[in-house]
Design a protein around this ligand. Sequence first.
Ligand code: ADP
Ligand code: MG
Length: 355
Amino acid sequence: MARVDCNHIRHAYGPNPKSDKDFALKEVHQVFEDGGAYALLGPSGCGKTTLLNIISGLLHPSHGQLLFNGRDVTNLSTQERNIAQVFQFPVIYDTMTVYDNLAFPLRNRGVPEADVDRKVRETLDMIDLASWAKKKARGLTADQKQKISLGRGLVRSDVNAILFDEPLTVIDPHMKWVLRSQLKQLHRRFGYTMVYVTHDQTEALTFAERVVVMYDGEIVQIGTPAELFERPRHTFVGYFIGSPGMNVMPVAIDGKTATLGSQRIELPGAPQTATGPIELGIRPEYVRLGREGMAVKVSKVEDVGRHKVVRANLEGREIAAVIGEDETVPAEPKVRFEPTRINIYADSWRVEMGA
Ligand code: ADP
Ligand code: MG
């Protein structure tokens, strides 16, 4: 397994890129530590597949450098980089048996037949496909085929990294859950360097130790699920992670006080001076709904299982608050923001608060 360094990677698909908007990847400077389990999370079109294909060598970046354990591999082929990649849709040989599909990548690298047999059987067991070993792949369903694709990725334990590009898209929800936890166990057992691409936050947060959030061709934050939740570095991370996402509202700042319309909100510290539009971010979980604080007009209460989401109007804009399933909205409701949970943003980027 290897440590993977992406050094100032930029990529444009078209010829003669002029401005940033011509680049699918604007500037990616990121280390994937040896043995780390990373989720690469972001909306469709933000550049996840582009980055993955650059790491595996399917795509050559317009600018920048790729290192495996400090060695420059930018100009090496996929084969030479020794990477396993699992794609969104099954990539298997229909005319081969399930067994031979898994054996193929090993035989292709000249692994002795006895080792091939051991590895293939082990992997088939792992993904519960042992009973299908002799079946031809042709007759299988899409999600069965995708499991074989996963098996083909996992069968080689000598790879520098395993890359997964939304591999569970075609898998049914229950099986998804099973496979995800199996992948996690595999990571614990073998210490693979894994990068797992998804646009689904639940999938990212349950799979990875570190989540890399991408937005519009850039990495905007890397952190543990808790860090992303508590301290989103960019308002986009706040919206994208959590359900509902973070409330973000324009404010004016004076020392330790934020002003929102006619309301004054005390902050735990004075935000650093910063330029650009200033906004306050607060998670719905940290908006206290009760009889104290700022008056709101409640427009909707949604029961979403273990809690309720209250939509209310505060100073002319909609905010969300989360309350317990047994709680009710009081008459003349008011809201308070938990001061230590407030984040302040300048031009969409989080600013530190001083004393
Ligand atoms: P994601 O995997 O996050 O959905 P992609 O990496 O596939 O995003 O795409 C990033 C951007 O690059 C998108 O704007 C997409 O339209 C563009 N793009 C992707 N592949 C190609 C291609 N082969 N040719 C031209 N543009 C592409
Ligand atoms: Mg993609």
